[in-house]
Design a protein around this ligand. Structure first.
Ligand code: 6GU
Length: 258
């Protein structure tokens, strides 16, 4: 896969392209990341890319002609063009899987003070990485690139992401490693039993328990298998299913109902 990123701050990406999994994926030619400085597409001799807002008001607005030229010069005939903006569709693992199927992505980093509305006409879709505001689209572009690249064949072992939180619609089960006993907390015995059937059942159940306690919204759209439905009933029995238990296990959880 090729990912081209149109940005005013190419240096911000040095960290992710020079470290860890993403660097390895680039070295293995699983993907290529090209950083393109939007300023190169300004016709202005001072390389201005933004201007004051029509109608007045504070801040500067990224100009549509600069972005249009930059997209046209870099999209080739097949790149899927993404604009990062808090007004886009909310990014999640499903979107990551969809984007991972593209041959080429062109990510246009939104501007911290706003961009000309007409830029929307030059992109295929708009993506937000959550309901909070970043100073610019660069960190969003990094989050999108990172989550897509790790799904590419040969970037990481498939088994490493098959059980990821969200990949099957649930949060991931808890993991442990040595020491077996630490500060009075022990690794669950079943994980030391060598019984793969029981281990699988434990993981499925704890994955459901985590999801129920931390992200009950994910369960609303999740189709339970027969086995999972039984496990979930077991869990609810164990928790005695009172709202107060949310606080006990997940103290930062905000209750909407009392
Ligand atoms: Cl894509 N851009 C900015 N500036 N802020 C965001 C965002 C994107 N997603 C969440 N917050």
């Amino acid at each position: 896969m090729k990912i081209k990123i149109l940005t005013l701050f190419p240096k911000m990406f040095e960290g992710i392209i020079n470290e860890s999994i993403i660097k390895r994926a680039i070295d293995k030619e699983v993907c290529e990341i090209e950083l393109i400085d939007m300023r190169d597409y300004s016709l202005d001799k001072h390389h201005h890319v933004d201007d004051t807002p029509c109608g007045g008001g504070a801040g500067m607005v990224l100009a549509c002609d600069v972005v249009d030229r930059a997209i046209k010069a870099n999209k080739g005939n097949s790149a899927h063009v993404i604009l990062t903006t808090p007004q886009g569709i909310k990014y999640d693992q499903k979107v990551a899987y969809r984007l991972a199927k593209e041959e080429e992505l062109l990510i246009v980093c939104g501007h911290y003070e706003g961009f000309d509305e007409r830029i929307r006409s030059y992109v295929d879709e708009e993506i937000s990485i959550g309901d909070y505001v970043l100073t610019g689209g660069e960190i969003a572009a990094m989050a999108i690139s990172d989550s897509v690249i790790r799904l590419l064949d040969k970037a990481i072992r498939k088994e490493s992401y098959m059980d990821d939180s969200f990949s099957n619609g649930l949060l991931e089960y808890p993991q442990y490693t040595r020491p077996i006993s630490y500060n009075g907390e022990n690794v669950p015995e079943v994980l030391l039993s060598g019984n793969h059937k029981l281990i699988e059942r434990f993981r499925k159940k704890e994955s459901l328990r985590k999801t129920l306690l931390r992200r009950p919204d994910l369960l609303e759209n999740y189709k339970l298998s027969k086995e999972e439905a039984i496990l979930l009933e077991e869990i609810k029995g164990e928790l005695k299913w009172k709202n107060l238990e949310y606080y006990y296990i997940f103290p930062h959880f905000h209750l909407n109902t009392v």
